[in-house]
Each structure stands twice: as C-alpha cells, then as structure tokens.
Design a protein around this ligand. Sequence first.
Ligand code: NAP
Ligand code: HSE
Length: 428
Amino acid sequence: MIKIGLLGCGTVGSGVVLLLQENRAAIEAKTGSEVVLSKVLERDRQKCRQLGIADNMIVDSIDEIINDESIDIVVELIGGIEPALSFITAAMEKGKHVVTANKDLIAEHGEEVFTAAARNGVDFYFEASVGGGIPIIYPLKQSLAGNKIQEVIGILNGTTNYILTKMSQEGRDFGEVLREAQQLGYAESDPTADIGGLDAARKIAILSSIAFNSRVTLDDVYVEGITSITAKDILYALELGFVIKLLAIAKETEGKIQARVHPAFLPAGHPLASVNGVFNAVFVRGNAVGEVMHFGRGAGQMPTASAVVGDIIEIGRNMAFQTITRIGCTCYEEKEILPIGELRAQYYVRMNVTDRPGVLAGIAGVFGANQVSIASVIQKSSSAEKAELKLITHTVKEKYLQDSLQTLKGMDIVAQINNVIRLEGVEE
Ligand code: NAP
Ligand code: HSE
C-alpha cells in the first residue's frame, strides 16, 4: 500500500482526492499497490469533509504528516514559498517522496529542493507546475533527451491568453475584457501575477532550466505583461498577418540562454497562433525532432490533478522496484543569461507624430543613426498636423532600438511612443 499525505485541499488538492477515488483500480493496476490518502493538512476542514474525508484524517500540523512513518509520498498543494518550502524539505529529510504543483517555489528555490531530494535519496516530481495538465516536464527530461533543444516557446498563462483572444475576436480593450474575465471566474480577483507576466515567467524559468541543463531562476527572466496592449495594436497586428500572444520564450544562442516573457507579434500561421482562450501550449524545437507542440488545459481542478496523480503513479512504480527516478536535477551546466539589450529581434513600433513635411525623414534619420533599419511603415493621418505611425524594423539589437526610442521621445515631432512589441517566429 502507498500512503499519501496531502498538504492543501483547495482547487488542485480536491481534484487529486477525487481522481485517486475515481481511478482507484486503474492506479492500483499501474503501480501494483493500492494508493490511499492517509492524512490531509488543511486549514478549512469543511473543504475536506465535502469530499468525504473523515475528520480523523484531517490534521492541523505538518508534524503529524512528516513524523508519520507510514506515509510514503507528500503531495504539496498549498502553494506559495513558505511554509511550502519548509514542509517539502522537512518531508524529504524524513525520507518521503514529494510531488508538487508549486511553480513559485521551483522557479525560486528549485536548486535547494533538488539538493534536499538527492541528499535524502527521494523522488521529487513537479509535472503540474508548468502547463497544468499538459505533459511537458517529463517529455523534456526524457522523451526529448536525445535532442539539443533550440527553443521552447509557450503560451503558459490561460488568463492572459483568454483576454488576448477575446480582445482579438471582439475588438475590445484590455480593461473591459479583464473585468468580464473576473466576473466569469476566468481571471483571479487579484490578476497581477497573470497579467503582469510573472506567472508565465516562473513557468519558463522551470522549462529553461530543463531544456538547457542550466539553472534559470525567476530573476533571470525578462518580464513584460499585457496591460499595455490595446485593441488598436491587435487590429494592426491582424492587418499585417500577425496575432498578439503573451509568449514565454526560452532559447539558447551561442551558448547563452534567453529567457523572456512578453507580448509578441506571432505570424498567424505559427502553430501557437491558433491556441486560443484559456488553453496553453508549448512549442519545442530540437535539433533531431524538429518542431513538437504540446497543447491542452494549463490549469483547473482536474487537468492539474491529472499531472499530480501521474507523478504519484511514477513514484509508485519506482517504489515497486525499490528505486528512485534516474532523472533527478538536470542542471549540470552553467550558462550565461543573455541580457535583453543584447536580444536581436524585429520590432513593431506605434507612435503619434506631427504630420508635416520632413517628419518621416527626421524619424528615419534617428533610427538610421542607431543602426535600426525599417522594414515597413504605415502612416494614418488622424487630423490636420497629427498622424499615427506604425513601423516594423528589420532584425536589430534591442539596445539600439531603445537608444533610438530614447532620442525620439525627446523630439518635438514625436508626441508619444504608444507601444513597442517584439516579433517572434519570423525569419529574416
Ligand atoms: P488553493 O485553491 O488556494 O488551495 C490551497 C489550499 O491550501 C487552500 O485550501 C488553503 O487554505 C490551504 N492552505 C494553504 N496554506 C496552508 C497551510 N499552511 N496549512 C494548511 N492549509 C493551507 O490553491 P490551488 O489553486 O489548488 O493551487 C495549489 C498549487 O497548485 C499552487 O502551487 C498553484 O500554483 C498550483 N497550481 C494550481 C493550478 C490551478 O489551476 N489552480 C494549476 C497549476 C498549478 P486557505 O484557502 O484557507 O488558505
Ligand atoms: N493563473 C494561471 C493561468 C493558472 O491563468 O494560467 C495557474 O498556473
């Protein structure tokens, strides 16, 4: 019998309880043992009772789980950094295997947890931490291990993908769609981490570390959210054959890792362009496999529980052979992170300018002096003397583009730089 100590019986925790019940026989067949819930640490006992968990299984202190020698696997689903980190490491010190969905913890303290797992000879699995129900961590570590991974590009946040999809399909502005998403329960009441890109940044930190075998933490990820995206930008993108997506991008170029989250113009024909609504997807390019895309539900009670229970089963299989995973921490190299200023990309720039002879030449002159070459320009005059310019640059180092924008901001012919958005998935 394999005994589980569950920490947190909220959205995902309750899904795990339900799935262990619903698929009990199949899980037993796959692990060769009965997998039973033994104890649950949860502040709100009512949440457990609603799932039929007996009162004597609900505990108030982590000690009751970590000091229970009969418990084999601790499943951490309380979220956040502390006390989750202390709980996980304490469980490992007591020889318990750990499963978690906690991206915040892994993106910031992954090394500490992997070290504790290795020191104590226990398993540590975290498939649900990225992409909810989408298998991506194990495939990267195992099925794609024969490749040199060149890039991992994800739509890793359902809230922002829902908002951008609605804005795109209905021509509405960000604030209005966000409010609606909150009313419908698609966006959290505090959506800061989602719309600010932080949630996706944590996830791409985890994927970068695995893809490039070198530790990438949240602090290494360049982050921009979607709050500055307007219906106008989306419309212009569509006119030019692009969609705007919040992308989490990890690439290795010349031995350096790029890890960044930002809205991007993505060609309408790119496989990620048709990933809409709350769905997530991860596009991987490897030197042998070519392009692979993983698609599905990146969050939610049962999709996330699917990944957690998959990890429990994997540990159960290891236990059956009295072994632990042969794939522990995969960060055996130390690679530099490419600063965002060194990124080479194409850019979309939208700005309000004065509409009179010589203005376009003046702007082009600033770009030219900073080695920024313009690929296309569209100008719309909104009134006498005022125009909106939308231009796309050729590939250029980001710091050169930023230098030119700095100069342009100080010129009286430029009323405002409205938005600057990187292009992704285009080859020049
Ligand atoms: P949740 O609904 O807030 O559930 C967490 C539960 O743990 C709550 O019932 C909470 O009680 C309880 N809890 C927190 N700290 C505790 C403590 N110290 N002692 C006892 N109970 C405690 O969160 P969730 O959405 O299930 O997320 C759990 C984890 O899964 C997080 O790491 C999250 O990032 C990750 N995840 C979630 C999803 C998703 O779709 N929800 C998807 C992928 C990954 P209170 O409510 O009283 O605080
Ligand atoms: N808040 C996340 C999202 C789900 O909107 O995708 C949890 O990772």
